[in-house]
Ligand binder design. Structure first.
Ligand SMILES: [Cu+2]
Length: 315
């Protein structure tokens, strides 16, 4: 059995490389040497490293609120302890019979209000920062399907699907197998990235404002990349938006975050953040592969409409 498997693996490799598309080749070349940054860690308990200002702000807010709720929890536990010990039947056989204490009641109403105002004054600006969508350098439309994501680059009129490596669409059964491992390795991943890595990924340039329009074609899905601090439900018939500006080149993963059906766990999200040059090369290959509008034409169109130019020209 083992012999058969080891024979199969190289065969799968050959098949996989023979079927890799031009865009995939460029995507892999662009992704070569990229670090995997946005991924869960074995035994990890904190956030994934923040790759955007949004994510940093969210982490800061979380830490700040954690301090407040820890203080409140300790305070309430201490009060309970005091009541349980000092006013037990044994120590306090004849309890006081009063029912109201105005100063105490005013305090326990006003103090929580003040705490909420303090929290709100920090959380609302962060919410607005997420929800006020800036002008995009690159726009990508992400559509959730049962069970994969489709990406469209509307500035260049092309679209492609992104399947989990090992899903039925890539010849797998949503399970690890020697063939799936071979496909993962051929795409530059390891066994650890199973259920995170996809056959094609969303490619965006580093340091640019990316606006992702999120929708779905069948049921509600949710597009998220934790390291970017973004999450947005994709709802059929609606177009929601999120934005991010990734600060470091790398590979970032996310997973559909709305329970959407039997293969919900098998529709991960892979985003490759690459240099502008690598992005331009990939874009040209993707336009050719998926039948998009060449960048010169798109740029001319954009210039004519006085719209912002989506990408820098390359030599
Ligand atoms: Cu889903």
């Amino acid at each position: 059995m083992r012999k058969t498997l080891s024979l199969l693996a190289p065969a799968a490799l050959v098949v996989a490389s023979a079927t890799a598309t031009l865009a995939q080749d460029f995507e892999r070349a662009a992704g070569e040497g990229l670090r995997i940054i946005g991924a869960p860690e074995q035994g990890g308990i904190y956030w994934q490293p923040a790759a955007t200002e949004l994510a940093r702000d969210i982490h800061w807010l979380d830490d700040m609120i954690l301090v407040i709720i820890t203080a409140i929890t300790l305070f309430v536990i201490a009060l309970l302890g005091i009541v349980a010990v000092r006013y037990s039947r044994k120590r306090n056989p004849t309890p006081a019979m009063f029912t109201h204490n105005t100063p105490v009641e005013v305090t326990w109403t006003v103090v929580p209000i003040l705490i909420l105002i303090v929290i709100g004054s920090f959380s609302l600006p962060i919410l607005f920062e997420q929800q006020e969508i800036p002008e995009a350098d690159v726009t990508v439309k992400a559509t959730g399907f049962q069970w994969y994501w489709g990406y469209e680059y509307p500035d260049h009129d092309f679209a492609f699907d992104s399947y989990m490596i090992g899903s039925p669409a890539t010849g797998g059964e949503n399970r690890m197998s020697p063939e799936v491992l071979a496909q993962l390795q051929e795409a530059g991943y390891t066994k650890d990235e199973f259920q995170l890595a996809t056959d094609t990924s969303m490619v965006v340039p580093v340091g640019k404002t990316i606006v992702v329009q999120v929708t779905a074609a069948d049921v509600i899905h949710s597009w998220t990349v934790p390291a970017f601090g973004v999450k947005q439900d994709g709802i059929p018939g609606r177009l929601a938006e999120l934005w991010f500006e990734a600060e470091a080149e790398g590979i970032y993963f996310g997973q559909c975050s709305e329970l959407c059906g039997i293969a919900h766990a098998f529709m991960p999200i892979t985003v490759k953040v690459v240099s502008e040059e690598a992005y331009a090369l990939w874009l040209d290959a993707a336009i050719e592969e998926y039948g998009g509008t060449p960048r010169d034409a798109a740029t001319a169109e954009a210039a004519a409409g006085a719209a912002p130019v989506a990408v820098a020209a390359v030599d």
